[in-house]
Ligand binder design. Structure first.
Ligand SMILES: Cc1cc2nc3c(=O)[nH]c(=O)nc-3n(C[C@H](O)[C@H](O)[C@H](O)COP(=O)(O)O)c2cc1C
Length: 206
């Protein structure tokens, strides 16, 4: 069982990466082979809207890193997307990546039936996490993935989606921020649950 994670943060190894690593650690502890890919390491050009992928499952842009990244998606059983919230949306890197997967979707449903999940991180409380999560989840549904969330079938529901926030507290007019998502216990716990839920789904699909 292979699970890959794609980080759309412009900052490698920071909060969104830590959330994805937590999902992957949990999945790995249950036997999955895992890999994290940071989009900022990849040269991915903008979609040209040439519409050649309407005729065959292939992208006309050949001189960048999308093809090897696409191969990793095709080889995976599960795909986790992570993006920080930028203006109540995904980042440019994540949106650009989504656009370039169009060739996997228009004439053939190449990612169909894989498991998918999303995580997000933002500066503020109610900073757009739910909108960002919905954008990634809707993308995956459009690509035919079976989207898992962080619901805990064995116990109570802790949160509705793996979302983190830097804002920790507000007392006597003073705002305090977390140093890292690792201090956000709900976010980390939700990421672990996503790892478990994805492995559980993939075992059932096997
Ligand atoms: C261009 C830009 C737009 C942002 N927009 C929002 C926003 O709409 N809401 C919010 O709460 N935080 C926003 N942030 C803050 C990031 O979501 C926050 O710093 C997040 O922790 C970054 O994740 P990372 O550590 O994985 O890079 C924005 C940051 C940048 C650079």
């Amino acid at each position: 069982m292979k699970i890959v994670a794609i980080n759309g943060s412009h900052r490698k190894g920071k909060n969104t990466a830590k959330m994805l690593e937590t999902v992957l650690e949990e999945a790995s502890s249950l036997g999955a082979e895992v890999e994290l890919m940071e989009l900022c390491d990849y040269d991915i050009k903008h979609c040209l809207s040439c519409n050649k992928c309407l005729r065959r499952p292939e992208c006309s842009i050949k001189d960048d890193d999308m093809a090897p990244l696409g191969e990793k998606l095709l080889a995976a059983d599960g795909i986790i997307l992570g993006s920080p919230v930028y203006w109540h949306n995904v980042t440019t890197l994540m949106k650009n990546f989504m656009d370039r997967t169009r060739y996997m979707h228009m004439t053939a449903n190449l990612l169909g039936g894989k498991a998918g999940a999303a995580v997000t991180h933002a500066g503020l409380r109610n900073g757009g996490q739910e909108a960002c999560l919905a954008i990634m989840e809707n993308f995956m549904k459009s690509q035919g993935l079976l989207v898992v969330d962080d619901r805990n079938a064995d116990g109570g529901i802790l949160s509705a989606g793996a979302t983190g926030t830097m804002l920790a507290d507000y007392q006597d007019g003073k705002v305090s921020f977390r140093k890292s998502v690792e201090e956000d216990e709900i976010a980390i716990s939700a990421c672990r649950q996503i790892g478990r839920n994805m492995v559980h789904l993939l075992k059932r699909l096997d």
